[in-house]
Design a protein around this ligand. Structure first.
Ligand SMILES: [Zn+2]
Length: 147
C-alpha cells in the first residue's frame, strides 16, 4: 500500500487494510469469529470497528456498529462505503441488526464483504434491506440535521 491508510478518501484496498487492522483488535473469545469493518464517510474520513463480545451475549457489539458509532461520535452522518472482513473464506455481509442501524444513516451505502482469500461481494444496503425501517420524520432528515 503506497498511501497512508488514514489518508482522506482511501481506496478500496486501503479500506480493506484498515478493516484488517481493526479485525486484529476484535474481542471475540466466545465465537472466535473476529470481524473488522471500515466505514467511509462521505466527507472522506474512514472509521473502523471490530466486534466486541461479552459474557452476556446480547451485549455483544458487531464490528459494523462499532465503526458506525465511532463515526457518529466523530461527527459523520452520511456514508458512502462499508468494508467488512472476517477469517471466513467467503465474504460475509452485515447481520440484520447492523443493516437496520446503518440504514438509519445511509440507505444507499455500498457494502463490500471481503473473504479471507480476497474474494469480494458487493451490494447496496437497500438491496440487503429492501424494506428498512425509517420514521417519516427522522431527526437526521430535518433541515437542521447537523447538530
Ligand atoms: Zn451486526
Amino acid at each position: 500500500m503506497a498511501r497512508n491508510p488514514t489518508a482522506a478518501n482511501p481506496s478500496d484496498a486501503e479500506l480493506i487494510a484498515l478493516a484488517r487492522q481493526a479485525q486484529q483488535r476484535a474481542y471475540a473469545p466466545y465465537s472466535n469469529f473476529r470481524v473488522g469493518a471500515a466505514l467511509l464517510a462521505k466527507d472522506g474520513r474512514a472509521f473502523v470497528g471490530c466486534n466486541v463480545e461479552n459474557a452476556a451475549l446480547g451485549a455483544t457489539n458487531c464490528a459494523e456498529r462499532t465503526a458506525l458509532y465511532a463515526a457518529v461520535c466523530g461527527g459523520a452522518r452520511e456514508f458512502a462505503k462499508l468494508v467488512v472482513v472476517t477469517d471466513d473464506p467467503d465474504p460475509v455481509m452485515p447481520c440484520g441488526v447492523c443493516r437496520q442501524v446503518l440504514f438509519e444513516f445511509s440507505p444507499q451505502l455500498e457494502v463490500i464483504g471481503v473473504g479471507m482469500t480476497g474474494e469480494t461481494k458487493r451490494a447496496t444496503l437497500r438491496a440487503l434491506l429492501p424494506e428498512g425501517f425509517r420514521l417519516k420524520k427522522s431527526p437526521k432528515n430535518e433541515p437542521t440535521g447537523k447538530r
